[in-house]
Design a protein around this ligand. Sequence first.
Ligand code: PXP
Length: 248
Amino acid sequence: MSTRKSSQKLRLGVNIDHVATIRNARGIRHPDPVRAAGLAVRAGADGITAHLREDRRHISDEDIATLSDVLTVPLNLEMAATDEMLEIALRHRPHAVCIVPEKRQELTTEGGLDAAGQHNRLKHYVDELVRAGSRVSLFIDPDKSQIDAAMTLGAPVVELHTGAYCELSGKPQEEELGRIQSAAKYGASLGLEVHAGHGLSYDTVKPIAVIPELHELNIGHFLIGEAIFHGLEASIKQMRRLMDEARA
Ligand code: PXP
């Protein structure tokens, strides 16, 4: 675990996708992810994250339009690098866009974007989104070559995939944490803003939150699940408390 201290506040972006997953299970309007976003802000979320997937399995186009209109905190739109998503992002010009890989059959975003291998395909999307004024981040594995690729692509932010760290235990988990720490340090040394997210829970958040180079964590599924037992606001406040304790 890192012992270096960071003075900056670690932002919490609350991902509301899975409120929409529950809504869509019935094809009706309840529970409304936009209402959940309002509660998340009240509970201390610094931003709202929503992934508009190609198959629209959770967040809808209408959700993105409404969030763009009503949110009082920054919207972070997660999207695949496709022409359809680019057109939607350019229409709404969210504060931030996080480009993620997307496979049709996956249950969730399984791994980071291959920024290194897909430079030519991604460049156009990064350029257009930067030009539109959105803060562009690339969701990548904690890997030096991917960070170098993000730099070459001109993305100002990288989000490090914490999914593998969250699923592992024991020594392999410690090693994965070490990869995330090194990647955060390396990214920051190049002048990138470094975020992290995926799979984080009360049990896994602190060793990530303490990494001094991180500016933002994006957390969703665990919080929406925990909300069933303790309510959304209480769950977000508890996550915020753990992040603050890690940074204290
Ligand atoms: N960050 C990114 C880029 C993601 O794609 C996701 C999942 O949509 C998250 C963070 C949040 O992951 P989780 O829902 O597992 O907390």
